[in-house]
Design a binder for this molecule. Sequence first.
Ligand SMILES: NC(=O)C1=CN([C@@H]2O[C@H](COP(=O)(O)OP(=O)(O)OC[C@H]3O[C@@H](n4cnc5c(N)ncnc54)[C@H](OP(=O)(O)O)[C@@H]3O)[C@@H](O)[C@H]2O)C=CC1
Ligand SMILES: N[C@@H](CC=O)C(=O)O
Length: 430
Amino acid sequence: MMRTRPLKVALLGCGVVGSEVARIMTTHADDLAARIGAPVELAGVAVRRPSKVREGIPQDLVTTDATALVKRGDIDVVVEVIGGIEPARSLITTAFEHGASVVSANKALLAQDGAALHAAADQHGKDLYYEAAVAGAIPLIRPLRESLAGDKVNRVLGIVNGTTNFILDKMDSTGAGYQEALDEATALGYAEADPTADVEGFDAAAKAAILAGIAFHTRVRLDDVYREGMTEVTAADFASAKEMGCTIKLLAICERAEDGRSVTARVHPAMIPLTHPLASVRGAYNAVFVESDASGQLMFYGPGAGGAPTASAVLGDLVAVCRNRLSGTTGPGESAYAALPVEGMGEVVTRYHISLDVADKPGVLAQVATVFAEHGVSIDTVRQQGKDGEASLVVVTHRASDAALGGTVEALRKLDTVRGVASIMRVEGE
Ligand SMILES: NC(=O)C1=CN([C@@H]2O[C@H](COP(=O)(O)OP(=O)(O)OC[C@H]3O[C@@H](n4cnc5c(N)ncnc54)[C@H](OP(=O)(O)O)[C@@H]3O)[C@@H](O)[C@H]2O)C=CC1
Ligand SMILES: N[C@@H](CC=O)C(=O)O
């Protein structure tokens, strides 16, 4: 039976995502009410610039006083789409204290303070939902948290940042320059307020922390995630990748160690074979593989950024939270019982593509190969090109630990025949 008294929603932020949330709430009002069992009413919209024209938003709902809005006491659900740490963190905490549940898309905040926010939600018997925080429209949090709750997840690997995938795809497929591609991604609403978060890998690292936390029932914070951005990926790297039948993607990889006693989480550019499904993920799309004991390999794919796709995930959470509210329950909270140690990058085992500038003279190859052998790093292939006394040597290794590879590179740099290490890139997905 439909309740006539509406559930009241406070929208904090009305930018790329918030404006689409408001639009869908209005245009789909009847369907949302039918699905929830009560109408949902937009009770207030907090922004920074109140005079900006916002289509479809009645001016009397707009306020710059977000704190007063969440303190009103009659708000059922606060939707936080401001982003950043403060004032978002205080507003969410205040919302719980004043009786509201919260839906957020804020991965930066969740990766930094997720445990405290979950504790605050629990303390006040409220929901904290954040499907939109990872991979835009793709349902990933709920499948991991609920559908796979009976399985054991061992690995989560994928493309979780739309902006960088858009840039890398443009650089690879059209030869576009980095800045040109970034400007286009920003104009399309994919990039964060400060796009450094995207291109330096912070956004993907925050998402990796959230995914690893849920997948491994362990608290993983942004600081636990190894991070390299994509600003140093060059046209030469794409050319090398192509020679190997690969392309380059910024990947997030969360893994349980083989003995099951620890986990790792990392974000970095990697070469992946063109035959791998992730190689064909174009534009701002994201794709994530989840590998677990019983299910085997699952792939999640879809738009990873942009106003409407992200709003779809926010609205899904809004419906779930409203239903919980009506039935007087809450959804699943944080599950961190396993408390596995999060190891550093040295423990990670993978393959490497190393490009060296070397002297073009006899014996160099043997010298280089000896260094690899001394550090226990087995070579898969070597390619050498020489000209005018200088040469480049491209070495692809078998699987080795990052610590062993680090030692190898350090020793290579000390050889007088090695002029420099032009690039080191991990090779994944084989
Ligand atoms: N864009 C995307 O594709 C995705 C974004 N997200 C996340 O969603 C969140 C919002 O992103 P997005 O919509 O792109 O960001 P925008 O920068 O487009 O929007 C931010 C909104 O917050 C408002 N705002 C900023 N500071 C305050 C404040 N102190 N008090 C009240 N309102 C404030 C702004 O007001 P004003 O309009 O007046 O400037 C604006 O409406 C972020 O956490 C982001 O990481 C998640 C997935 C995808
Ligand atoms: N800036 C982010 C937005 C979605 O999370 C991205 O590009 O993926």
